[in-house]
Design a protein around this ligand. Structure first.
Ligand SMILES: Cc1cc2nc3c(=O)[nH]c(=O)nc-3n(C[C@H](O)[C@H](O)[C@H](O)COP(=O)(O)OP(=O)(O)OC[C@H]3O[C@@H](n4cnc5c(N)ncnc54)[C@H](O)[C@@H]3O)c2cc1C
Ligand code: FES
Ligand code: FES
Length: 1322
């Protein structure tokens, strides 16, 4: 049948699917609409069962985190029914990439369908919350859905299945440990390490006794209507017409071929994981798409004599299952190809991606990063292609002819199926990949290799080598393979192969910040690894003829695998305390259950306001340029566009002078970085606003100079300032910046109230008062007209201060101009581009020391890349100086810090605020001293550590007793010395794999430098029914502040926590509140809450005294009747802190936290890959108010520190354009990155007289301890270098990525690969 466009049915067809058990009938299904925006933004028409009445609802439990399938925040469960097999399939998927049109006949379960506080909280939700698996809660619904889906398929999963199910879900707060603890409770082999060995010191953070059992019979059933529909209704072609796009879903192969002949340019959409991101992020558009997933031929699975034939629409998960089964069914000899393909599938994407991405899509996209194409091509897989009137079979390798993506599949052709052959006797097949993160990350380079020998010999009969990641598509080392045929599998062949491959695979220059050298070496090292594997297999086959590989080489044949981590948390139990007093107990986060059910409301979950407009920003594409003109004419013509907002629309302040240079809302005449906001579009929908924003044309005249790095800045000013010359010659370390990657992007909803210039501003910020101040100033109205409200923040880490103020001002200016409510939710890409992050840092130093290891003098200079505006950079520079000593007494110190103005987006506060950088510099020179005099780093640390009552470099007194206790306990708990011996032993026995171990102490000063910044206030109301409404100036962003404040109020008022409610932080209830920063929230707000409660209790005391046996409610009733005020404010003046920068002396801090961490790692020298084996942390945090929350903060910060020091790398083009704008390019730690053994102990018997209930503020300190992993890696690299006689001094910069590890293991790796192979070892 031929279908022409004219024959499309006039109207779109109705989309029928289901959410939970309610049927959804969508009459206007738009092919461009993804499930995520549909759930969140559309009022969905439900037809309840039976179809008697309907209702509308917005489902906001499913979150937006990236829009590109990379974070898992939008995970939902899809269920489909297969009538032929009478089987229901449940799988997790990313709603952000799922077109709603693909859901015809499917059932979707969102977090709301799993359970809720109104119906029943599901065991997954309950356990995640009660195991403290949520902090900000933004990732939690996605986590719930991934675990829930796994349990629907496997009610008693193995720990491997559990770990695999979470590989596609990112969490920026928790460090994953508590999430995994919750998961373990469902696993067959419960590996729960929580112990209760000593009543006094060891305690549980949660009790499994409280958990409801998992009862699979209680789960939602598949909607019977859809089942009947699948069984009874013949499948028919579906058409959906949207505003710009038509979706056609044929049911037969012939129909598909006709369509493809008519619309050769229309893509076949199966999983949409390739086309979707291209349309969203790279501006591609397709007016017609064809969805072939329902065609049986494309879903076939056939087992033939010579292999398996798999339909092109089979999902990668299905392929994985089929190959796994085949591995069990066939002898090993026949399954080498299957095994190699499986090897790649295990780490390809996350489970959500594999569940929807198709085999055909992966192959036909021909992406350079395809993990399947190199191995399928090397294995001689065949493609079954069809077009109208023609069928043919071609080798898969043909589609990459000459390595440049020669299009051997014609536009009219479709891939029907793929034949994956059995391997043969004497055939060896392997696949390799190296990615910036072991799981859920596109590869840097990958490879598929196959060799077959003449029977009974090691003479090469056929050889195939394919690489991915090298050029724009998969590439074959054809010449190399041809040349090597007939050669023996030995050292000479290896030498030549490496040389030939190097020569043949020509890599183009880098165009996205990647370095070519690393890829080149990976290309060779993969072949080397293949050589080792095959050599060893030859030995297994015939030990008499083939010696195999040396013992110490064997471990490199094992890839690092992710295991379910084991963990221990230790804190001191409060046994003598009244059972009702919650202080000191591991109380669940006050919003934990709501996080897990998706009921917790974030800014973009707020219901839409009548007439609301959506705002999209237009940003500068130049780093330094004059704005010549802004042409908005095309944008204004766009559908739904309401207006365009520029600097001219700002009624009052567009530039805020918090220091010499301004913070700017809209660029006026010139731009000073790529990503600066130039103007904004407001439209009736998010999509319309974004489409119009892309049409605004800005003409620039480039200005000189464009300064992006500190190095360039120094060189530039060298001409002017002679004194900098000497610095360049010093020893130095570079520390890269870091993206906050809070899971909730910057969000604001501004609602004009229609009178007296009043505005409600709902905003995701850590500092409502500054938002109020900036919005009021930009509009030219008094602050009393602007009401800022913050319920909770989906992660902030320092990134939602001034930047949030500028964005709120943008939205407020738009709301003011249009008199409409305006919603601004930054996309992940825009957020990363615009809002800056942690300051990149260069530390230059000179150190004077004695040959016994005592440090006598340090001269250090820090250069901080501030970006294009000051923001908090000068403060960051100051803090980096004040905290640079870390745990060491430095008798003579000179240090300087420079905040350098460049043309990068302005950098800002980030957890640790300069300390993680300057203390890393310190630990680097400590290690350098150790190298120099031949003592171990831990000895140098011990020699120079603060020992008794001493003074810091700014003459503040400190008592380091607890620092030493932490260090000693950490030494002991980690069994440091015996493990160091074991590491040495391992290293002697392994050549390509090495282990490293390091222990690092920490002193973290607490304080904000001046009194007024730590003042705080609270407001407590008691209502006549006895319930208490508590508010204070702190912001809940995951750190559990509201939970702790309720604990404080509960203790002070002596009532259960359940009587106390926290609603929101608002400028209307607590004015002029200081920012929630610097770990100070609980300290200062706790004092204020305590003060308010004590005021109230004082008023109630006479009533209580009169009726001591009365209840709380009796007393409150009586108080009301006696006209006693039941509302009180509480206030804390702040800490008396000061610093005289002229003298370099002061008391800028109130107290000190201490800690120590020991980490052990293992590296693979061939690839630079590493595995975090074990971390032990001991931390002095005084008397913890809530050990579960505090341990969560330590672990979360520590894992963020692992990200900072070992993984997270921001990449810019030479023109200052940020390349790393999403989880695809920027890798934060995932489940696979946390240590296999992870223990945190809180130092016992520690008191702090300065903070509430003797606690200590803990939010930031743990991040620095992530550098113990950096130094463990350094230790491993040092051992490699020592063993190979490489030069002694070397510098490792941060982040210490796989590429850097690899680069420092050898000067010329390729040469080493060949040169180190000892004669006759094979
Ligand atoms: C977050 C994320 C992580 C990822 N990680 C990895 C990874 O680690 N390794 C890796 O290899 N890949 C990775 N991918 C890529 C993913 O595997 C591919 O995008 C996917 O396999 C493509 O399949 P699809 O069904 O989604 O293709 P679609 O996007 O639906 O289609 C892709 C293209 O293939 C064509 N096509 C599809 N089927 C046929 C057919 N039968 N005949 C002819 N043409 C066809 C379409 O016309 C279209 O041009 C990742 C993707 C995402 C989004
Ligand atoms: S929002 Fe869908 S994966 Fe990130
Ligand atoms: S709790 Fe996971 S991102 Fe905040």
């Amino acid at each position: 049948m031929y279908i022409s466009e004219k024959e499309f049915p006039e109207g779109a067809q109705t989309l029928l699917w289901s959410l939970a058990i309610s049927l959804i009938i969508e009459k206007n299904a738009d092919p461009e609409q993804m499930l995520l925006s549909y759930l969140r933004k559309r009022r969905i028409l439900f037809l309840s069962v039976p179809l008697s009445h309907s209702f509308e609802i917005r489902l906001t439990g499913t979150k937006y985190g990236c829009g590109g399938g990379g974070c898992g925040a939008c995970t939902v469960m899809i269920s489909t029914y297969e009538p032929a097999l009478k089987k229901i399939r449940h799988y997790s998927a990313n709603a952000c990439l799922l077109p709603i049109c693909s859901l015809y006949g499917a059932a979707v379960t969102t977090v709301e369908g799993v359970g809720s506080t109104k119906t029943r909280v599901h065991p997954v939700q309950e356990r995640l919350a009660k195991c403290h698996g949520s902090q900000c809660g933004f990732c939690t619904p996605g986590m719930v859905m991934s675990i829930y889906t796994l349990l629907r398929n496997h009610p008693e999963p193995t720990s491997e299945q559990m770990i695999a199910a979470l590989a596609g879900n990112l969490c920026r707060c928790t460090g994953y440990r508590p999430i995994l603890d919750a998961c373990k409770t469902f696993c067959k082999e419960s590996i729960c390490c929580q112990r209760k060995t000593n009543e006094k010191l060891f305690y549980l953070l949660f009790s499994t006794d409280e958990f409801q059992p998992l009862d699979p019979t209680q789960e939602l059933i598949f909607p019977p209507e859809l089942m009947r529909m699948a069984e009874n209704q013949p499948k028919r072609t579906l058409f959906f017409h949207g505003e710009r796009m038509t979706w056609i879903s044929p049911v037969s192969l012939d129909e598909l071929l006709d369509l493809k002949a008519t619309y050769p340019k229309a893509p076949l959409l199966v999983g949409n994981t390739s086309v979707g991101p291209e349309m969203k992020f790279r501006g591609m558009f397709h007016p017609i798409v064809i969805a072939p997933a329902r065609i049986p031929d494309l879903n076939m699975v056939k087992c033939t004599d010579d292999g398996l034939t798999l339909g092109a629409a089979c999902s990668l998960s299905l392929v994985k299952d089929i190959l796994t089964n085949a591995m069990a069914e066939f002898p090993e000899e026949k399954t080498k190809v299957f095994s190699a393909v499986l090897q790649q599938l295990r780490t390809l994407g996350g489970e959500q991606i594999r569940n929807i991405a198709s085999l055909g899509g992966n192959i036909v996209s021909r992406k350079s990063t395809s993990d399947l194409n190199p191995i399928l091509a090397a294995s001689n897989c065949m493609l079954n292609l069809a077009s109208r009137g023609r069928k043919r079979q071609i080798p898969l390798s043909d589609i990459f002819a000459d390595g440049v993506g020669n299009n051997t599949i014609t536009p009219e052709e479709i891939l029907v199926s793929v034949h994956v052959p059995h391997s043969r006797k004497g055939e060896y097949v392997s696949a390799f990949r190296q990615a910036p993160r072991r799981e859920n990350a596109l590869p840097v380079t990958n490879a598929g290799m196959r060799v077959i020998f003449e029977e009974g010999t090691d003479t090469i009969k056929d050889l195939s080598i394919f690489y991915g990641g090298a050029v724009s598509t998969t590439v074959c080392a054809k010449q190399t393979c041809r040349t090597l045929i007939g050669r023996h599998w030995n050292k000479q062949m290896l030498d030549e192969a490496c040389r030939l491959v190097f020569k043949e695979i020509a890599l183009p220059g880098s165009d996205n910040g990647e370095t070519v050298d690393y890829k080149k070496t990976l290309i060779v090292s993969f072949f080397y690894r293949f050589f080792l594997e095959v050599s060893q297999s030859l030995k297994t086959m015939d030990p008499c003829h083939y010696p195999g590989i040396p013992m110490e080489y064997r471990s490199v044949l094992q890839d690092f695998k992710t295991k379910m981590p084991q963990s221990i948390q230790i804190y001191q139990a409060k046994l003598s305390q009244s059972p009702q007093d919650p202080v000191g107990r591991p109380i669940m986060h006050q919003s934990g259950i709501k996080h897990a059910t998706g009921e917790a409301v974030y800014i973009d979950d707020l219901p839409s306001v009548d007439g609301e407009l959506f705002l999209a920003v237009v940003t500068s594409s130049r780093a330094h340029a004059k704005i010549v003109s802004i042409d908005t004419s095309e944008a204004l013509k766009g559908p739904g566009v309401f207006d365009i907002i520029t600097a001219h629309d700002v009624p009052a302040t567009n530039e805020f002078y918090y220091s010499d240079d301004p913070e700017i809302i809209f660029a006026r005449n010139k731009v000073i970085c790529v990503g600066q906001i130039v103007c904004a579009v407001v439209a009736d929908s998010d999509d319309h606003a974004k489409q119009a924003a892309a049409k605004v044309k800005i003409e620039y005249e480039v200005l000189e100079p464009v300064i992006l790095t500190i190095e360039v800045l120094i060189i530039y000013f060298l001409l002017l300032f002679y004194c900098f010359i000497y610095l360049i010659n010093g020893r130095e370390i570079r520390i890269g910046g870091q993206e906050h990657f809070y899971m909730e992007t910057q969000s604001v909803l501004v609602v004009p109230k229609g009178e007296d210039n009043e505005m409600d501003v709902y905003v995701s910020t850590q500092h409502p008062a500054i938002i109020q101040e900036m919005v009021a100033a930009s509009l030219g109205v008094p602050a009393n007209r602007i009401m800022c409200h913050v319920k909770r923040v989906g992660g902030a880490f320092g990134g939602k201060l001034l930047k949030a103020g500028l964005l709120a001002s943008v939205a407020a200016v738009a709301a003011n101009k249009t008199s409409r409510a305006v919603r601004l939710i930054l996309s992940r890409g825009d957020d990363m581009l615009i809002t800056g992050g942690r300051h990149p840092f260069i530390g230059k130093y000179k150190v004077g020391f004695m040959n016994d290891g005592r440090i006598r003098a340090v001269d250090a200079k820090y250069y901080i890349n501030a970006g294009c505006t000051p923001d908090e950079s000068v403060l960051v520079a100051e803090v980096s100086l004040l905290k640079m000593d870390n745990a060491y007494k430095i008798p003579n110190l000179r240090c300087w810090a420079y905040a350098c103005k460049t043309n990068l987006p302005s950098n800002t506060a980030f957890r640790g605020f300069g300390f993680p950088q300057s203390a890393l510099v310190t630990e680097t020179w400590i290690t350098g001293v150790a190298d120099k005099i031949g003592l171990s780093p831990e000895k140098i640390r011990e020699i120079n550590m603060y020992k008794e009552n001493e003074q810091t470099h700014f003459k503040q007194k400190l008592d380091p007793q607890n620092l030493i206790r932490c260090w000693n306990e950490c030494m002991e708990k980690s069994a440091y010395y015996s493990r160091k011996t074991a590491v040495n032993e391992f290293n002697k026995q392994n050549y390509w794999k090495k282990k490293g171990i390091a222990i690092v102490p920490m002193k973290f000063p607490f304080g904000l430098g001046t009194r007024y910044l730590s003042q705080a206030a609270a407001l407590v109301h008691i209502y006549t029914d006895g319930s208490v409404l508590l508010t204070h100036g702190g912001i809940e962003m995951g750190q559990g502040i509201h939970t702790k404040m309720i604990q404080v109020a509960s203790r002070e008022l002596n009532i259960p926590m359940s009587c106390i409610h926290f609603c929101e932080t608002s400028t209307t209830t607590v004015p002029n509140a200081c920012a929630s920063v610097g770990s100070a929230g609980t300290d200062v707000n706790g004092m204020a809450v305590k003060d308010a409660c004590q005021t109230l209790l004082k008023r109630l005391q006479p009533i209580i005294n009169k009726n001591p046996k009365g209840t709380w409610n009796d007393w409150i009733k009586e108080a009301f009747e006696q006209s006693v005020s039941l509302s009180a404010t509480g206030y804390f003046r702040g800490y008396n802190e000061n610093m005289d920068w002229e003298k370099g002396e002061g008391q800028p801090f109130t107290y000190f936290l201490y800690g120590a961490a020991c980490s052990e790692v293992e590296i693979n020298c061939l690839t630079g890959d590493h595995k975090n084996l074990r971390t032990d942390i001991v931390m002095d945090i005084g008397c913890s108010i809530n050990p579960a929350v505090d341990i969560g903060q330590i672990e979360g910060a520590f894992v963020q520190g692992i990200g900072l020091y070992t993984m997270e790398e921001l990449k810019y083009s030479p023109e200052g354009v940020l390349y790393t704008r999403g989880p695809d390019q920027y890798k934060i730690p995932a489940v696979c990155d946390i240590p296999e053994q992870f223990s945190v102990s809180l130092l016992s018997s520690s008191q702090n007289p300065y903070a509430i209930y003797a606690s200590k503020g803990i939010g930031e300190a743990g991040l620095f301890l992530g550098c113990s992993v950096f130094f463990a890696l350094r230790d491993a690299v040092t051992r490699v270098r020592n063993e190979r006689g490489l030069k002694k001094t070397f510098t490792l910069n941060s982040p210490l990525t796989a590429e850097q590890i690899w680069a420092n293991c050898a000067d010329d790796f390729a040469e080493m690969v060949i040169g180190s192979w000892e004669e006759g070892s094979v």
